[in-house]
Write a protein that binds this ligand. Structure first.
Ligand code: LLP
Length: 382
């Protein structure tokens, strides 16, 4: 909730900027943590969702591990207080330098995505006189029923080892002396709101667990990935962590003794962040009235990239409600936050807030049009 008092404080700052309500973050983390721990599950934070150090340090304090997808993320997570022993490194294209860095730091596990990658990790580990812990990222071919650009676990996707290739990969794994097999990893997509897809994932995991165990590859760890969606149209709603974890505790085979971990990004950080902007101009168009903000796709690219709809509110005006097309200043027609947005009558200088922007917001900002990167303000020090 952005109260009148907060609005007054925000209004004193140069826009656009990200505003993070750290109480919302702490509350979200505590619900997620309680619901996971109560079922014996572990949570790794998917650093890609928001790597702002203030946010990262609070998440690290909650006792979560870190899920990283670049050497820089691995280094940053450790610097922000995540234990190296609970830091994993995923990604379909790890460079040799990144692999060396992660080995030197002593991470928990590489989530390897192909036989070729296993060879490379093995040879680098051999050269460094180390044994590299690896899990196999498996592409389970399970539909996530989310939008296509963020679906990752089907035959069409570049991610993970395909089921028909698994046999060969296990043969290779047996030969590679500098690897230590830890388990398996999945991630089927992001912004998943139809939780039933996780039942399908569990069915696939159960089959694979049985098959792998029969082949002498019983996993010590099973990492089921992330993807729990948030309510973009109801930005104050805490994501349904209990329902989500419950699916896994009831659908995974009760004989499984592996450590079960989750890699949550969006559901932990989306709600705590807002993009705050000012209206530069209100411009009548042929078909609609444009509200032109000083924030655009350079600050929050999700609407332009995925046609995502975020809740947009005018914090200043109390006039009669009208319909607007809310756009940014960038020289692209796709720089549009939404059409038919109902706002109280809006004028130049009004303060506009775009909610649920704490995940994949600030981290995806760019300097296109030579714009400055957005600043970040925090409720604790407003
Ligand atoms: N684990 C892996 C291997 C991933 O690739 C991802 C996200 C996650 C975990 C975390 O997923 P989450 O819990 O946040 O859904 N930029 C897009 C989202 C891309 C997600 C990429 N992978 C967006 O703004 O919607």
């Amino acid at each position: 909730m952005i109260t009148r008092e907060i609005t007054e404080k925000l209004g004193k700052h140069q826009t656009p900027f990200y505003y993070y309500d750290l109480d919302i973050l702490r509350e979200t983390l505590s619900v997620a943590s309680r619901e996971a721990a109560g079922r014996g599950f572990h949570v790794h934070y998917a650093v890609k969702a928001n790597f702002n150090p203030v946010i990262m340090k609070i998440i690290a304090k909650q006792g979560f591990g870190a899920d990283c997808v670049s050497g820089n993320e691995v280094e940053h997570a450790i610097a922000c207080g995540f234990p190296v022993s609970e830091t994993v490194f995923a990604g379909v294209g790890k460079s040799d330098t990144e692999i060396e860095k992660a080995l030197r730091l002593g991470i928990k596990c590489f989530n390897a995505e192909s036989a070729e990658e296993l060879n490379v990790i093995d040879s680098i580990a051999g050269r460094m006189g180390k044994k590299a812990p690896v899990a196999l990222r498996i592409n389970p071919n399970v539909q996530a029923h989310t939008i296509k650009p963020i679906t990752t676990g089907t035959d069409e996707n570049k991610f993970g080892i395909r089921l028909p290739d698994l046999d060969n990969v296990l043969d290779r794994l047996k030969e590679l002396q500098n690897l230590r097999y830890r388990g398996i990893h999945f991630h089927i997509g992001s912004q998943i709101t139809d939780l039933n897809v996780y039942r399908n994932l569990c069915t696939r995991i159960n089959e694979l667990w049985q098959w792998l165990t029969g082949r002498g590859f019983g996993p010590e760890d099973i990492n089921v990935g992330g993807g729990l969606g948030v309510s973009y149209n109801d930005p104050d709603r805490i994501p349904p962590f209990a329902d989500y974890f419950n699916i896994f505790s009831t659908s995974l085979d009760s004989r499984i003794r592996s450590t079960i971990s989750f890699e949550l990004g969006r559901s932990l950080t989306a709600n705590c962040g807002s993009l705050v902007s000012r209206v530069l101009f209100v411009k009548p168009g042929a078909l609609e009235t444009f509200v032109i903000l000083d924030a655009g796709m350079t600050e929050l690219i999700r609407p332009a990239l995925y046609h995502a709809r975020h809740s947009i509110k005018n914090l200043t005006s109390t006039g009669p409600v009208k319909k607007y097309t809310v756009v940014g200043p960038v020289c692209e027609t796709t720089d549009t936050f939404g059409r038919n947005i109902q706002l109280p009558e809006t004028r130049r200088g009004d303060l506009i807030v775009i909610r649920s922007a704490g995940a994949y917001g600030e981290v995806m900002a760019s300097r296109y049009n030579m714009r400055s990167l957005p600043a970040a303000l925090f409720s604790d020090s407003l």
